[in-house]
Design a protein around this ligand. Sequence first.
Ligand code: FJE
Ligand code: FE
Length: 333
Amino acid sequence: MRLRQHLGLVSSPSIYTSAIARFGNNTPHRRRTTRSRTMSSSASDAAPFEKPRAVVKKVLAESQPEGQGATVRRSIGRHELRNLDPFLLLDEFTVSKPAGFPDHPHRGFETVTYMLEGAFTHQDFAGHKGTIKTGDVQWMTAGRGIVHSEMPAGDGVHKGLQLWINLSSKDKMIEPRYQELESKDISRGESEDGGVEARVIAGEALGAASPVYTRTPTMYVDFTMRPGSRLHQPVPEGWNAFVYVVDGEGVFGRETATAHYCLVLGPGDGVSVWNRSTRPLRFVLVAGQPLGEPVVQHGPFVMNSRAQIQKAMEDYYYGKNGFERAGQWSSSA
Ligand code: FJE
Ligand code: FE
């Protein structure tokens, strides 16, 4: 029963090619897979991966002040979790009015905002304005320059995740672009036994694929697992990958983690997860192809050299090279 779940996982093309190749090849590993197909469900719990990814680092994202009166739990980007190329930052934000992230610039990377609860309104200097609600995603490619505000819409508590993905040197100065996904339009995959649901923000999982175009190849999936369920999720080899637990408790490889823990995964072709608890488990799995380029960051500017950072600050200050509208613009209440 659980094995069918593995097979379902390898039914889509592209990033699962290595797993498919394994099933079709007469490797020693195939024998194990074939055998488990005919054995009890406990035997099929064995990972179908040649090189299962293990947790190599486990860090609790502690709360810290950020923006104007806002609080974030920073995982990627904190001291212990730097250099997870192409990822620069992951903040779990919790914000109530009047706190927020008022007018600020970005250059050289992408921000992906995923709402967990409540709503956020964004406004930028080019007249883009919108509100993302629970379950919605805003995928913003800042490129050469964006100045915007990100503020809670309405009363109460507003929560979400913001991920920063670096852009390659050839993409850092592209025109800004937005990709927005409403919750209802997010592709959902489900394991065959219904124990696991995937909301696919980028890439593919459980037979569902996201329409988001990722300039830096990225996989971003929000998984919810029922008590007792298991997942064997392929993750492209050579990509850096991590898990961030949103709610509940799970076993990732051999490591157990609860909410607000970030788990960096080591090399391999997939990760196995087990919800051994009696409550639902929710986590995001994020993976990306490393850029392998120098990273020089100064707050919201991320470039390849000190000189380019200097240039970004000048461009912002003098309103040049993408920041032309920065001078006269400010967000409205
Ligand atoms: C910031 C540069 C920034 N984490 N999580 C410098 F871009 C920001 C910033 C955010 C942010 C926004 C949201 Cl909606 C969620 C975030 C940082 O806007 F706070 C500083 N100091
Ligand atoms: Fe921002």
